[in-house]
Design a protein around this ligand. Structure first.
Ligand code: PA5
Length: 466
């Protein structure tokens, strides 16, 4: 059984007619994507990646069974056998997918549980000295490997972390042994990281040219760390392959749930619902929501358009954000992921004295209580004027996760095309970088430095102590 879309909790908010009217736009988006005529068409390698990647049909290794796919598995085995810790260095699309999949498939407490796979730490996903300086301490007395991931090979955050952690490894093992513990995932032919890796002799993996960072989780970017965590990457790709086949068959939204999701959010957006909140009732889903937020925010938020993607975990956030969702500004809708089968479950025991008054739950499983929390919440939020799109996912397996990843990727592309934006670029990300580089005095940006410092004023000078 595959992922299902339950539209019944959006019924009072979206009419059948409104959805039907979108059919031609959905068909056009489907055609533009599959014919390769959409904006950003040089970044649609992800569309057939689930089948092309393991078969070796990507641009970088056309026509051979993909030796890189087998190298990923071999490197993961080596890291599992010679390391207590893998540090994944990357930011945005170069780490979120891996982390999301690992926490979804194992647990957010992955590093704390008993297991025979390495702990996985993340670095280069901020410019926090506090976060980076914790790592050498965590690595003391442990065997460590690094997976440095950057498609461009020039992103500042991971580049700085790599400089620090590479030195840590070289000090620990010497240059030769450190070299055998450093894995670089980057462009096949160019970029600073590519050049460093070739010069130093690090093993490299490729981010295909036609796959953008936020669409790259099913390449080495995600697959290597996911495999190190002991998850089955064949099954993950199998699920994505099934989704690839299912969502290519027809553009009819009654038969294509991926397009139905895209169409429903499009209708809601056009009716003034400006924020989409991703909801799950499982903490293990939290990083998936982070991955989803990047995918949708970076793909659609441009040209002064796009839904703002937010996320909550219930019932946790019913005690913080629940009030706002129930009664705040009425421009929100929710997309809720519910699972037929729980990850694991626990029965609530009986207390003969019933001093806490909870015996009405005795003998019930936590999943039963959690699902009733969902039932109560979806109705309350509907009553409060919040449309809900519910995605029903069979289980927490690698297969279903692969299916879900592809579902979100394709819905995002179709949705962006319907919105009239290029879903595969991110021109807005450059604005802060230019300013930051100028303020830091990076060669080539000197001209803007003084003007920006002036705009920031004296308080900024105090803040940076200069
Ligand atoms: O989706 C994207 O393209 C971005 O989020 C990138 O993944 C992110 O900026 C990191 O870029 P890079 O992999 O080039 O270091």
């Amino acid at each position: 059984m595959a992922l299902r879309l339950n539209a019944s909790y959006a019924k009072g908010f979206i009419s059948d007619d409104e959805l039907k009217q979108l059919a031609p736009a959905v068909q056009q988006a489907h055609d533009a994507l599959h014919n390769g005529t959409c904006a950003g068409n040089d970044f649609i390698g992800w569309l057939t990646l689930p089948t092309d990647y393991p078969a070796g049909n990507m641009s970088f290794e056309k026509g051979t069974a993909n030796p890189e796919f087998n190298r990923i598995k071999a490197a993961a085995k080596k890291i599992q056998s010679d390391s207590d810790i893998l540090i994944v260095i990357g930011i945005g699309g170069s780490y979120l997918g891996a982390r999301a999949a690992i926490e979804y498939l194992t647990t957010p407490n992955y590093n704390l549980i008993k297991k025979d796979t390495p702990n996985i730490y993340y670095a280069g996903n901020s410019i926090s000295g506090a976060a980076l300086s914790e790592l050498p301490e965590l690595c003391e007395g442990k065997d460590v490997s690094l997976n440095m991931i950057s498609k461009s090979g020039t992103t500042t955050e991971p580049a700085v972390a790599f400089r620090v952690l590479r030195k840590m490894l070289e000090d620990k093992y010497g240059k030769e042994e450190a070299c055998k513990r450093i894995y670089c995932t980057t462009d096949a032919n160019k970029g600073t990281l590519h050049d460093v890796a070739i010069k130093e002799g690090y093993e490299t993996f490729v981010v295909p040219d036609d796959v953008g960072g936020r669409y790259s989780v099913l390449t080495a970017v995600g697959l290597l760390p996911i495999a190190v965590a002991g998850c089955d990457i064949d099954k993950l790709l199998e699920g994505a392959q099934a989704a690839q086949a299912d969502f290519a068959k027809t553009a009819d939204i009654e038969e294509n749930v991926c397009y139905k999701y895209a169409a429903m959010r499009n209708v809601l957006y056009n009716k003034g619902y400006a924020t989409e909140i991703m909801v799950s009732y499982e903490p293990a889903y939290q990083m998936m929501s982070e991955w989803w937020k990047q995918l949708y925010g970076e793909s659609e938020g441009k040209d002064n358009k796009g839904l703002f993607p937010a996320s909550v975990i219930f019932s946790t956030d019913l005690h913080s954000m629940g009030q706002y969702i129930q009664e705040g500004v009425r421009n929100l809708f929710e997309t809720v992921c519910v699972f037929d089968k729980p990850k694991t479950d626990l029965e609530i025991g009986i207390d003969p004295e019933n001093i806490d008054g909870l015996n009405f739950l005795a003998g019930e499983n936590m999943d039963y209580v959690n699902k009733n929390a969902f039932g109560g919440t979806v109705l309350a939020h509907n009553d409060g004027g919040v449309p809900n799109i519910v995605l029903e996912i069979p289980d927490w397996s690698e297969y279903e996760l692969g299916y879900l990843i592809y579902f979100f990727e394709k819905a995002c592309a179709v949705s962006g095309i319907m919105l009239g934006v290029n879903p595969f670029n991110q021109p807005g990300v450059e604005a802060y970088k230019k300013n930051m580089f100028a303020l830091l005095g990076k060669p080539g940006y000197e001209k803007e430095q003084a003007a920006l410092a002036e705009r920031l004023g004296d308080n900024f000078k105090k803040l940076i102590n200069k």
